[in-house]
Write a protein that binds this ligand. Structure first.
Ligand SMILES: NC(=O)C1=CN([C@@H]2O[C@H](COP(=O)(O)OP(=O)(O)OC[C@H]3O[C@@H](n4cnc5c(N)ncnc54)[C@H](O)[C@@H]3O)[C@@H](O)[C@H]2O)C=CC1
Ligand SMILES: O=C(O)[C@@H]1CCC=N1
Length: 277
């Protein structure tokens, strides 16, 4: 990875998604931990992250901490909740050097045009990541802002393709991507636990049942991605005539599994957009 060589990366917000991304970046060896800076308002969290990753922690309870972070880095990730953005963005804008800095925002539901109302001249990219970035198996939608320099768009694609799948998409398609991949790890977690419940009911240990369910989701996803098998054909290939899988499939259909998944994606997006209204 050449584009990140010598670059310093800063995260404003060291929460679950920020950690998901920077742990993936460190795992992929894109930068050493001494070039990673994380600002948060919770000291205990910063200490935890510093002990785990050897990164540079900065307390940003006051604006001084934000300035200190920006002064140290080239790339500024905005990894706070969208509700925090209106208070933070004007100060961040004052601290940025337009020649040196660029901003990658991962805030759910916050459009590039909304960011640009405050960060008027800044080269910025909106990214919708997901937590599997922490194991370099994430999925990210990527939207360059109107002032984004080509090298920053290329860098976003390069980083996110190293820690998962990075997809350049028109902005209106970020909402549906968020419903599937941004929120999806929660839905998949529920599915793994529910499948495991079935296994436990039938006598497996909880630990074995979870391992078996998780590996089944991973393997099935790999077949779709690597072999290009349509999910419906994949399903047909497992259903032996008169066999067990068709019995389970009939039961899923009767219990509204498909509708439940479709509605989860749609409701997640509706809810997220209510928050940023
Ligand atoms: N969790 C997920 O799976 C995903 C989250 N996102 C987006 O990522 C962003 C962060 O989400 P999470 O990490 O889940 O939230 P989180 O609540 O785990 O983390 C947010 C962090 O920001 C810190 N913070 C609050 N004010 C701050 C300030 N002034 N300066 C520095 N840090 C401050 C909080 O202490 C906290 O550690 C959100 O905008 C969310 O929409 C996007 C995709 C997936
Ligand atoms: O729940 C949320 O709003 C964020 C955005 C996508 C995943 N987590």
């Amino acid at each position: 990875m050449d584009t990140l060589t010598g670059k310093k990366i800063g995260f404003i917000g060291g929460g679950r998604m920020g950690e998901g991304i920077f742990s993936g970046i460190l795992k992929a060896g894109l930068i050493p931990p001494e070039d990673l800076y994380v600002a948060d308002i919770v000291d205990q969290r910063l200490q935890e992250l510093q002990e785990k990753y050897g990164l540079n922690p900065i307390n940003s309870s006051t604006n001084e901490g934000i300035k200190q972070l920006i002064d140290q880095v080239d790339v500024v990730f905005l990894a706070v909740l969208p509700q925090v953005a209106p208070k933070l963005l004007p100060f961040i804008n004052q601290c940025l050097d337009l020649e040196r800095h660029y901003v990658f925002s991962i805030m759910g539901g916050v459009l590039t045009s909304t960011l640009e109302e405050t960060l008027t001249q800044v080269s910025l990219v909106r990214i919708m990541p997901n937590t599997p970035m922490s194991v370099c198996a994430g999925c990210a939608g990527i939207v360059p802002g109107k002032n984004c320099k080509p090298e920053h768009k290329a860098m976003a694609l390069e980083i996110f393709n190293q820690i998962g799948l990075g997809l350049l998409l028109p902005e209106p398609q970020i909402d549906p991507l968020t419903g599937i991949s941004g929120c999806g790890p929660a839905f998949c977690g529920i599915m793994i636990q529910a499948l495991a419940d079935g296994g436990v009911y039938l006598g497996l240990s909880r630990a074995d049942a979870i391992k078996i369910a998780a590996q089944t989701l991973v393997g099935t996803g790999k077949m779709v991605l690597e072999q290009g098998i349509h999910p419906e054909i994949l399903k047909d290939n497992v259903c032996s005539p008169g066999g067990g899988t068709i019995g389970g499939t009939v039961s899923l259909e009767r219990d509204g599994f498909r509708a439940a998944c479709i509605n989860a994606v749609i409701n997640a997006v509706d809810r997220m957009n209510e928050v940023v209204k």
